[in-house]
Design a protein around this ligand. Sequence first.
Ligand code: B3K
Ligand code: ZN
Length: 898
Amino acid sequence: MADTATPNVIRRADYAPPAFLIDTVALEFDLVPERTVVRNTMRVRRNPDASRAAHLELMGEQLEFVGAQIDGLPFANAHAHEHGLLLDNVPDNFELTLTSVCNPAANTTLSGLYVSGGNFFTQCEAEGFRRITYFLDRPDVMATFTVTLRASKADYPVLLSNGNLLEEGDLPDGRHFARWEDPFRKPSYLFALVAGKLVALEERVKSGSGKEKLLQVWVEPHDLDKTRHAMDSLIHSIRWDEERFGLELDLDRFMIVAVSDFNMGAMENKGLNIFNTKYVLANPETATDTDFANIEAVVGHEYFHNWTGNRVTCRDWFQLSLKEGLTVFRDQEFSADMAGGATDEAARATKRIEDVRVLRQMQFAEDAGPMAHPVRPESYVEINNFYTMTVYEKGSEVVRMYQTLFGRDGFRKGMDLYFKRHDGQAVTCDDFRHALADANGRDLAQFERWYSQAGTPRVSVRTRYDAAQQRYSVTLRQGYGDAAPAARETQKGPLLIPFAIGLIGKDGNDLPLRLEGETKASAVTTRVLEFTQTEQTFTFVDVAEEPLPSLLRNFSAPVIVEYDYSADQLAFLLAHDSDPFNRWEAGQRLATRELMTLAGRAATGVALQLDDSVVAAFARVLTDETLSPAFRELALMLPSEAYLAEQMAESNPAAVHAARQFVRKRLANALRHEWLNVYEQHRTPGAYEATPEAGGHRALKNLALSYLAELDDPAEAVRLASAQYDAANNMTDRAAALSALLNAAAANGGSAEAQQALDDFYRRFEKEPLVIDKWFALQATQRGSAQRPVIDIVRKLMTHPAFNLKNPNRARSLIFSFCAANPAQFHAEDGAGYAFWADQVIALDAINPQVAARLARSLELWRRFTPTLREGMRAALEKVASRVKSRDVREIVEKALA
Ligand code: B3K
Ligand code: ZN
């Protein structure tokens, strides 16, 4: 753990090239849980492009230094200290051998080399390699690695590292070894090793150029029956990257290894991806449709990093979005292509809607608080705190805008040029932008602001129809509104915003589009306006009737659009817009507006009511058989409580909960008959199929069940849910039934059916940790009631024998689910949630600072809440600030309190 009283701020402006370079690394490991000896032989030389340094300074943490040699002779001028090793008077070009010892068994941070379930694993990004050996642990130092692993053969029969296996064999005393070589130069953060009792699902495939590749998915023996989907996802990813981007797998072998103790989703180590079990293991009994989709996306994401991240990497960590934003964009496009190909816009839109929902709920919130930062941050204290929604999801939107501006082909040309120029290099976000600009003959200087300005842009829209002249003018104005201080200071000027627009006629069809100055209307009915000034007017001519504008189609830029639609206009768009994203958007706007009004009333204790026209608009979607079930499910799902609370001038989670519940109950009771019909019509009898279509039916059916559970008399829903629970042949249906039972029971302080199902669920899946995570999460996110607050249930579950704070998945399933996904219960007026939060952040800080820092973030928007809650949150933050040691958590709470 990195303890420091006054944390150092690292600034992008201070970047300097390394004084030394390392060309080759030969690592030898003698793997013993409590005492692993690492011998590291490097070829080191002075960097011709850097100023001459007096010392060689290597980073190192939590290492026991044993000795150094230069060119084979003992070297006495090496001084180990808390943060590394200082070597005085080194030659210009030399071989350096360092020996050190680390303790993987005691490593609870899950960064560096650690033991999980008796096996060895590594996690090096961003700065974990320095916990394994002394090194220039920064991404612009790239070397080729050879790795020799030695360990007890009985305890660690499988020995893996990056690249290709050179040789393996037995050693005396029951030990054995394996030697691996990675032919590609890479930064240290992509190093990995795995050793233990594992088995693999294997496939051999031919890559585009006809070379044979060995693919392996390594897991613990009892999980082998849950690897097929990950393997299929890998094979699909390999094909997709060849077809869409002409990028081939460059190694003879590609391995995925699953580990149950892991700080995040997965890691793209060269040729040896290490995954959280959550993103590998799946079969119909244990994994939901969402799990299946997430596995496909994460397997794709890590595989795509092989080119965007590994072959071309980041010069420094400020450039993180260079690889993460781009790779998220690639995985989103992969999932959309898998669901709908290049042309099925409705199927692609489902994925787009899901991604935008996450962006708006999480990234917009990040932009509104003390952690607001640009896609390319200017400074950080702890880089692990900057693996954020902004770097990943907004970063992906920024990449998507290039494609929106230049089309798929123009984007592909830019990617080709990027690889042609930078393969094998560590580069910057500017290099990427220049490749896109040059390949398309464009000046993208203004576009740079998307990388350097924080905060969510707002585009307000005014329209004017001139019937006599048949002209329709659209005036766009951009700004950032009342931005958070952290964002405001980065804002310098207007952005280049690709603003996609369509005009809809009275019959619901798109009108032809001709901009002033053009000779004829374009064939397409969606135009991407290049909006570059603070205020700009676009005029359409030959507009025969007053149209209804469909704004920011397919969410063409990560902005908030302000336009004063009437409720009737939104209902019309919901029924007619040819852009499926905006059809969904119209429903969300309608619902959000009603919910905000209701939340305002609930906050002041005024009685709630909902207009029949809103119910009617929802009823039309529910019963519209021309819409896909997946789309209907998304359109009928109300915006989340967290998103709604964030829209209020003062966040009031209790009022939002009351408003949202009121609407859910109203829709349930008013459309009872329709929900029941939909429930019956969308059953999926027979064997489970993990296809988007079947998943769409299940999603809509289970949404119907969740609405039915809101009925004033939930007896029927309880009967349906119990039957569904008992008969389920897949986890999607079983978990949805259990959730419906829990929520139906909330009003009565629990029910026998719900308890019975919970007990059965636990017994059935006792040996499946990922399913037990769901068991914890379902209880932590349940509705609860005044007689039965969820905090009491959570506290009790903390003492359950299956609970384990050291396992990040388990901690997330119970603690994070409650603190971040159950706002109404977490923000209880008595402050019990905050006290619990503070205790858990402090406890986690001593075990795993990265996980603790994530949890710490759930209070960062405290200033935006109602005064009573605000005070409770401040007190909890102050308590944490006075107790925690890690740089990770300190940065979060200090920024929150500043
Ligand atoms: N690159 C890793 C994330 C590493 C996080 C370090 N704290 C996974 C990914 O984005 O693919
Ligand atoms: Zn990534």
